[in-house]
Every structure is written in C-alpha cells, then in structure tokens.
Design a protein around this ligand. Sequence first.
Ligand code: ADP
Length: 334
Amino acid sequence: MYSLPDLEPLRDFNAIAVLTSGGDSPGMNPAVRGVVRAALNSGIEVYGIQKGYSGLLAGDLRVMTSASVRNIVQRGGTILKSDRCDAFRDAEVRQQAIKVLVQNGIDALVVIGGDGSLTGAHCLAEESDIAVIGLPGTIDNDIFGTEDTIGFDTAVNTALDAIDKIRDTASSHERHFLVEVMGRNSGFLATHVGIAAGAEMVIVPEYEVHIEQLGQQLSDSRRAGKGSSGIIVVAEGREPGLTYRLAQQLKQQGEEPRVCILGHIQRGGQPSGHDRVLASGLGAMAVSYLLAGYSDIMVGVAEGAIVDIPLDSVIRYRKGLDPNLFELALLLHR
Ligand code: ADP
C-alpha cells in the first residue's frame, strides 16, 4: 500500500457529502465506503448525493450510515449512481447547487470522477465556502498529478482477460485482431494492456498511426515466418469505432484483420484488489485532508505515497504518456 501523510485534524465539519460523477469506474464503491466510514468514525454526518451533479441540483441526498456502505467493497459501478450534467458548466446553475448544500448544513464535499467532474469540483471550491476534495475515478488513468486512478488496474485486467481469449482464436485461425480499448485522450490503458498482453502493436492518440507501415509490418512478419496471427491494441481516442476504419485501410493493403471493440465491459466488473485498496485509502484520506483544513485539492498518488495536488493544476495540465513506456510496448514485440 502507499504510504500515508501524517495529517493533524484542525477543523470540524457539520456534514460531508460525497458524489460520483462522469463515467463510472470499478472502485468507486470502495472509495465511497472509505469516505463514509472515515467521516462517521470522526463523528461527522455524511450524505450520499445520487447521480452526481444532476442529483445535487435536484437535492437528491440521502443520509449515509455505516450500514449503507456494507457489502459494497467488491461491487463494480457506483451505488450512488453517476450522471453527466451539462448544465453544471454554468456558474448560475452551480450557485443553485451550492444553495442545496448550504440548506442541508453540508460544509464539505468529496467528488469522485474524471477530469470533467474534477473541473466542476474546482468551480464549486472557488465559488463557495464549501471545502471540496476531488478523487481521481477513471479507467483512463489520464489525470494530471496522480500516477494511478481508481478503476485503471481493474480495466487493464478486464481487457487482458478478453485479449487472452481473443488470442486463442487469432492463433487458431492465423489472423491478426485489432482490439479497441477505451482511452478518450490518452493511450495509458492501451499501452499497459499492450505490454501485459504481449501485443504485436499498440496504437495510441499520442502518436500518429502510419497505416501503410503497419500493413507492411504485418505482411513482413507473415513472410518471415514470425507469425501470421497477433493482437494490435488500439486506443479509441476521440473516435470510438476508429478501429473499423483502420481495418478497412489495412484491407486495401491486402490484410484481413478482424476487429473486436471491448467497449463498456472495461468500465464494469468487480474492482481488483489493487483498486479496492487504492480507493479505500483515497476515500479515507479525503476525509483526513478535509479535517486538516485542505480544500480545492485532489488526493492522488505519487512515488508510492498518497499526496495532494491543487485542483487548479489537475485541470490545467495534461498528463503525458511516458514515452519510455510506449517504447517498451513497441520494443518487446520486435
Ligand atoms: P469525467 O468526469 O469522467 O471526465 P465528464 O467529462 O463527462 O466526465 O464530466 C462529468 C461532469 O462534470 C459533466 O457532466 C459536468 O457536470 C461536469 N463538468 C465537466 N466539465 C465541466 C466544466 N468545465 N465546468 C463545470 N463542470 C464540468
């Protein structure tokens, strides 16, 4: 487990609320449990907000007890439900949300979600007296300031489970398969999955795809007897279904790859042991940071330790794919 900072409690709160927002990720439940149990242990009332920012605007809050989070640590998805709420980009709408929190006596909020949700969290912190902490919850692992995110490890394992099976068919039929994994802005998931699956190639949004080169590589490897089957992992980028277009282009070069889009199965399923520990730790530490007087920060992971990063930085900067890691993915299949 990561080492935890030593935080001295300096503040008290009337009530803490927690919500999950944006794309769900496996591990959101243990994170909610971490927040609820840590707050209750400190004698603070906790509210669970249903359906992210939409539920906050609608005043859909429920008092959470220790029993509310019993038997959820192993469950995928989020018991609080999640949603996308475009209206929340409007400052006037956010004022209504702040009113809901104040009217319910809530003076602290924990937001679990991806970069969009953390942007909303930063706005709330800036525009009110509510103490706000964000937790990185996304399978993409594309959040600046943290090396790990809740759900990433599970999604890697889910994709690997599928690819190991696809490889059996690829091998039996001597075919190449293009397997599309999630990753809106980044190739973290694709690169990790590519390395762990022993993929013949990894295609990520950070680097241009040279389709002719790829076609050439596939036919060279067949001719050299290196293998007539294999797995090419493709990050969907901003164009889910992009892989069908790549397959079409490869067909024009005489290749006949099959396509498999893993899609939403990557977001679901039981969180891995790693994600359960990470999420539980981040959830509990969010409460410790609140009690120590912090606000407008994300609690994340750096160099083996739980750390805090200003939300302003989290949303301002982009986390770059480690070029050495990508190079490793390419190196190992040569
Ligand atoms: P994720 O949190 O997984 O990245 P989204 O990008 O869809 O998912 O964002 C989730 C929600 O966060 C949005 O539906 C919206 O309510 C809120 N949000 C996103 N961007 C902003 C923004 N610029 N300002 C305020 N709220 C935002």
